[in-house]
Design a protein around this ligand. Sequence first.
Ligand code: C2E
Ligand code: CA
Ligand code: CA
Length: 644
Amino acid sequence: MQSITALEKDPYFRLKLILVCLSVAVLVSIIYVTVVYKMAADIVTTTEFNAAMTEAKNLQYVIDTHTLDVAKRRVKAILKQHYADNVSENEVAYGFLMLNTPTPFSFSNLPSHTIRSITSQTSIHNETTNQGVVDVDGQEYVWIHLKSKKNADILLIKSAQSISLAVDYITQRLIITSIITFWIAVWLALFLATRINNEVQAKNDALAHIATHDTLTKLPNRLHLFSICKIEIQDLIAKQSIHSEQKSGALLLIDLNNFKEINDAYGHNIGDEVLIGFSQRIQKVLSDKEVLVRMGGDEFVIWGRELDESTALALSNQIQVACHNTLIINDLSIEINPSIGISLLFQHATDLDNLMTNADLAMYQSKSNHLGPVIYDGTLGASYLYAAKLRGDLSEAIIKDQIFLLYQPKIELKTGRLIGVEALARWNHPIEGMISPIHFIPLIEKSVHIHKFTRYVIEKSIKQVKQWQNNGIETTIAVNISPYNLLDDDFVEDIGLLLETHQVPVSSLEVELTETAMMCDISSTKSSLQKLRKLGLSVAIDDFGTGLSSLSYISQLDTNVIKIDRSFVMDMNTNHHNLAIVEAIVGLSNRLNWDVVAEGIETKEQLQTLSALGCQYGQGYYFERPLPEENVTSLLLENKHYSI
Ligand code: C2E
Ligand code: CA
Ligand code: CA
């Protein structure tokens, strides 16, 4: 897996940028100061040279145009006129020498040792240059060397005061300018560094966001979970070694039931909207201490560092409550129903991979038993393997005729007469023995065998009714169908064909569909039920009261039988709330002219209460358990009446 560290912020990036910008600023300042200093110094020196050269040429002219003695006098007079006799502060020091003549001549306001020192350094005898600068005791002097017409060497020396004055002046200004330049450069560096840093970090953040988030739901993705949450887990483990009593951290794996069917029935666009709507519902119940991650498809994970067993369970329940209302997408009302598996840090695993595996096992368990959120326990792994094994054996089950039916009598409560039966499937597994439909129906529903299986059960039931009819028994048989069967376009037509083939009147067959099964939009369920009703079949809503559909929703369906769920009948004599529900369902069914069947009657009191409420039919262990064919045939033959 790609590591997120490549996208993490460089904490020193801004500092590095500032240092680079500052270095550039300092370099620019140094270059600027050096160049300006050099240029200024050059200009001043050139001015000094030019002035000295003009003076030297004037003196050369005097020498060239006069006799030597006159020239000396004149030169002296000129120099005296221009310069002071003694060099004091602010006075120009000068020296004039005429060499290479019969009588050398010099005139100066400088001490003779200074003159000697200068002449020893000048390049008078160097023919390549006739001017230069020398430094004696910290004072700079310019010198000009010319040749008179009589070939005498004329050397004019002048203290280059203006050079040092100008350089001092320039240096002072330069220091001020360079400080200002430096500060401007520093601020520019800071500004640029901040700007570049912000831009780079914004791009980096955007890239990191793309890499670690799901584009559809905008939620963090798997990569996020395996980087950020992994760090939190390590952190919690490290903390736990110090405070051993503190144990928190839970991972919830959430999977939408029937998402595949929603996608198949309505298309991927609606499927996408369902995922978005679902994720928004979950997010509403999360605090900022939990993070919701989309792992892919319809699988989501919540990681909560402060969750423990009870808070994780409470959160799961909140999620289920948040999903109670259907999602309305393009006028479709779609039920969302999540399965949630929980695994706890420390109790169940100490690393993310194992937390995921365990939460997955718990989620799978939650999906198969439809009993809400499941917390992982060690035995789940085994049951998961068991389920996987059973799934593998399913295809053989039908071929090898391992599935058979039991029949539970349905009784008219007013008379006690046995008026029909419900076919209930059993799987006689060659190794595992008898397997309850509670365990294998959910497996079949998730496999490709569901259509074949239901067709098989219906055909067996039709054949059974036919056999009873051949023996002079008139009764009805109810079969349970799966919601997935309604997605099969040929389903209704197939039932019609089977009835026709076996010459069984359509009034002998009933179908039962659980209320929770009607999760999808009303129009699709409605049209499938309409087709069944059009064929002439009686349609019962099974386990009524356990689903979340409103009465107005149910009243729109073309159905004619309601089966009150066993859970209400079970304790209605002690639980007023459930008694009220049963009363309401019976009242509603009577008003809508629906038959009402109470499931799970186990006691005489329950029977009496139901009769008093006006419930027409009942089923339950009080009368009979689901029975093998021979037993139920004898009951039907004797036209069994139960005492009421
Ligand atoms: P269901 O349709 O609600 O069936 C009633 C279940 O309650 C049956 O369990 C039955 O044995 C049980 N029962 C009946 N009376 C009583 C009672 O007085 N007390 C108690 N405690 N239980 C009672 P069973 O046979 O295990 O079936 C469980 C579920 O499996 C059924 O619930 C039905 O939803 C499903 N199922 C069974 N056969 C088929 C089938 O052929 N196709 C489909 N799609 N589902 C089936
Ligand atoms: Ca049923
Ligand atoms: Ca039922």
